[in-house]
Design a protein around this ligand. Structure first.
Ligand code: CTP
Length: 217
């Protein structure tokens, strides 16, 4: 089975030397890509800038911006029908308007304006060649379950892995090795408790395998 995974942050350039980014390490998405590949899935990993090495045995596509990530996803969907898409990337919601020249000091504080980036998960979930199973993440700082359930509907995806990214959370989700996930679907809710990102990846792989096994019956 073929699967697309998005991972890591996106970098949105302000001028030739500056960008706006976020704290995503890419660890969760890479762990998911590796676990799926180890279990026989044909994986394409589309990753924003991370410090993580390429994973052997999978197709790696490295991009920087949200728009480049969308293009890579669409090219992958066009080149071969995908069965599953998992959007673990922390995609920037807005892109600043780009200055072709380095913004110089001396002409006052720069006024940066933003335009909304495409929603990659929603684009995949509503595409004509939609993968059978589309899975997103929800990074929330409050009302985790309610917000994640609303996100599931808004983005037309099948499953959401919701995690609490508020500073009060006991885990440092961004960059840390552990996470506490709630799996939310249209029918069910599961609390996975705290575990390593690698264990979460293996549990998700297992869920996906069971899902397709049950569909065959
Ligand atoms: N996502 C995406 N493209 C975007 C924004 C988000 O594909 N432009 C995906 C993420 O990869 C994740 C899911 O959408 O799977 C939810 O991301 P999240 O940051 O929690 O939600 P947002 O859509 O940014 O909504 P909000 O900021 O209002 O919580």
């Amino acid at each position: 089975m073929r699967v697309i995974v998005t991972a890591g942050p996106t970098y949105e350039p302000i001028d030739p030397v500056r960008f706006i980014g976020n704290r995503s390490s890419g660890k969760q998405g890479y762990a998911i890509a590796k676990s799926l590949s180890d279990n026989g899935f044909d994986v394409t990993l589309i990753s924003g800038p991370t410090h993580l090495p390429d994973i052997s045995g999978i197709t790696m596509i490295r991009i920087e911006t949200a728009k480049q990530m969308l293009k890579a996803v669409q090219n992958t969907l066009l080149s071969s029908q995908q069965d599953i898409a998992i959007c673990a990337a922390a995609v920037a919601d807005w892109a600043p308007t780009f200055s072709n020249q380095k913004i110089k000091k001396g002409s006052g504080e720069p006024q940066i304006t933003f335009t909304e980036n495409p929603d990659i998960l929603k684009t995949i979930a509503t595409a004509h060649n939609r993968p059978t199973l589309v899975i997103g993440f929800a990074a929330e700082t409050e009302n985790l379950i309610e917000n994640a359930a609303a996100k599931l509907k808004r983005k037309s995806c099948d499953w959401i892995l919701a995690n609490d990214v508020s500073p009060a959370n006991e885990h440092n989700v961004f960059g840390g090795d552990n996470n506490h996930i709630h799996l939310i679907t249209n029918e069910t809710q599961e609390d996975w408790q705290t575990m390593s990102k690698i264990a979460i990846a293996d549990k998700l792989t297992n869920k996906i395998q069971n899902h397709f096994e049950n569909q065959k019956k």
